[in-house]
Design a protein around this ligand. Structure first.
Ligand code: NAI
Ligand code: MG
Length: 490
């Protein structure tokens, strides 16, 4: 880490509670690293149960007292819009911090993550004035109406793959609906969330409305899940931790929304525009180094197109630019940590042992002698029963599986415990829409991959979780309905 780069990271490495930056009660800190350089970036205060408790109390106070509950919906909307604007104004710096901390190419953090995070705040800014109850024609001399109310303090626990974007997905709808929030970023990547804290303050968000407590899962995360003052947990992360959170949340009957892992099928029919499908298969698995919940990690290819398709795919994958994540031409950055890299390399070993054919990549790469880089890997001759086809790898590893016809494709595609996303490539519109209906997934892409928008719902079927983030649907995750009965009799 050169001094020049270090200067670019102007982040207060402290907890953000009640509108102030403060050290952890324990005064402990933990190291945050740059995975491309295997170097120390900075020390960050390590929140734990005592800090979560302070944050929840600050959020409770902000929910019931002070300016936040008195603010009009329109004022709340203007505030959210301002946050979106400030994200765009600070996009260069935020993107650089994201890239230094996560290892993702600057192309992605600057061109995708930052605009998408800002768009999420702008989108929900428009909703604040459009959330309302109903009057219901009940029998008798009664007026019955409903109020749509916020839940209270919402806990958000987010992963390291899209640190700022995931914070935006949780905060924007929670704030639009009038809640207050305690956010626990992933221990690997707390920096952009802390920078966001500065932006929230600058935008004029009242103290305590959002509190940000970096720390580890089993301590800070678990304390948030168990806290009786928290009404809801919104979680994105592994299916394993999702299950654990569901168990733990039962103690206080918290509301939950879980966005978990995936093993998404990307289905290419022989009648597809094969060049477009090759590009889609590449983006599908290698975008974000494959550390993406909706990654198209299973490529299902129709037998008759297999050879031609694989030739193009392998050629393209082997040419992908691995490099310094800060370089604008880099397309494959460093995996987030040594642990994640080792996990991915372990799966590549497993694929080889199970008899799949590694046709390109799969080794560790170094950039200027350093970094947790893995060359984009493609396995051919994979069976759905193999470990590399069943388990979420969360890295740049594609498993290629052949199919005979539509029926076979759907059957194999759905043969997974997950159901986050799926894609179909074909020029036959009937086939495309039949497949869209039959696929057990929360998102289906036809002749594209990875498209998302703040206005369109996102979430999982089966063990990829429940609850829909983004769009109008997310408003349901952060509100509860009250029915009011008024006796009008004389
Ligand atoms: P993880 O699920 O352990 O971490 C995600 C978040 O949950 C982090 O903020 C973490 O601190 C928190 N957490 C962990 N244990 C917790 C607990 N007991 N109570 C409350 N919060 C807790 O994911 P991890 O270990 O970083 O990655 C392991 C694998 O999980 C990855 O290889 C990948 O397969 C999957 N994963 C999936 C993600 C997705 O978007 N679907 C995101 C991150 C990981
Ligand atoms: Mg974990």
């Amino acid at each position: 880490m050169t001094p020049a780069l270090q200067q670019e990271i102007q982040v207060t490495g402290k907890l953000f509670i009640g509108g102030e930056f403060r050290a952890a009660v324990s005064e402990k800190t933990f190291e945050v690293t740059n995975p491309a350089r295997e170097s120390h970036l900075m020390a960050v205060s390590e929140g734990a149960a005592a800090d979560i408790d302070l944050a929840v109390k600050a959020a409770q106070k902000a929910f019931s007292e002070g300016p936040w509950p008195k603010m009009s919906a329109a004022e709340r909307g203007r505030l959210l819009w301002k946050i979106g604007d400030l994200l765009l104004e600070n996009a260069d710096e935020l993107a650089r911090i994201e890239t230094l901390n996560n290892g993702k190419p600057i192309f992605e953090s600057r061109q995708i993550d930052l605009p998408a995070a800002a768009a999420c705040f702008h989108y929900y800014a428009g909703w604040t004035t459009k959330i309302h109850g109903e009057t219901i024609p009940v029998p008798g001399n009664f007026l019955n109406y409903t109020l749509r109310e916020p839940l209270g303090v919402c806990g958000a626990i987010i992963p390291w793959n899209f640190p700022l974007l995931m914070a935006a997905w949780k905060l924007a709808p929670a704030l639009a609906t009038g809640n207050t929030v305690v956010l626990k970023p992933a221990e690997q990547t707390p920096l952009t969330a802390l920078k966001l804290a500065e932006i929230l303050r600058q935008a004029g968000l009242p103290a305590g409305v959002v509190n940000i407590v970096p720390g580890f899962g089993p301590t800070a995360g678990a304390a948030l899940v168990q806290h009786p003052g928290v009404a809801k947990i919104a979680f994105t992360g592994s299916t394993e931790v999702g299950k654990q959170i569901m168990r733990e949340a039962s103690g206080t009957l918290k509301k939950l929304s879980l966005e978990l892992g995936g093993k998404s099928p990307n289905i290419v029919f022989a009648d597809a525009d094969l060049d477009a499908a090759v590009r889609g298969a590449i983006t599908g698995i290698f975008y974000g180094k494959g550390e993406v919940c909706m990654a198209g990690s299973r490529l299902l290819i129709e037998q008759s197109a297999h050879d031609a398709f694989m030739e193009k795919l392998v050629e393209r994958a082997s040419k992908m630019a691995i490099g310094d994540p800060l370089h604008p031409k880099t397309r494959i950055g460093a995996l987030v940590s040594a642990a994640q890299m080792n996990k991915v390399l372990g799966y590549i070993d497993a694929g080889n042992r199970e008899g799949a054919r590694l046709v390109t990549g799969g080794e560790r790469a170094l950039v200027d002698g350093k970094g947790y880089f893995v060359k984009p890997a493609i396995f051919d001759g994979v069976a759905n029963s193999m470990k590399i086809a069943r388990e979420e790898i969360f890295g740049p590893v594609l498993a290629t599986i052949e199919f005979r016809d539509l029926h076979d494709a759907i059957e194999q595609a759905n043969q997974t415990m997950y159901g986050l996303a799926a894609a179909v490539w074909t020029r036959d519109i009937k086939k495309a829409h039949r497949a869209a209906r039959a696929l057990q997934a929360g998102t289906v892409w036809i002749n594209n991959y990875n498209m998302l928008d703040a206005a369109s719902p996102f979430g999982g079927y089966k063990m990829s979780g429940f609850g829909r983030e983004l769009g109008q649907h997310a408003l349901d995750l952060y509100t509860q309905v009250k029915s009011v009965w008024v006796d009008l009799s004389e």
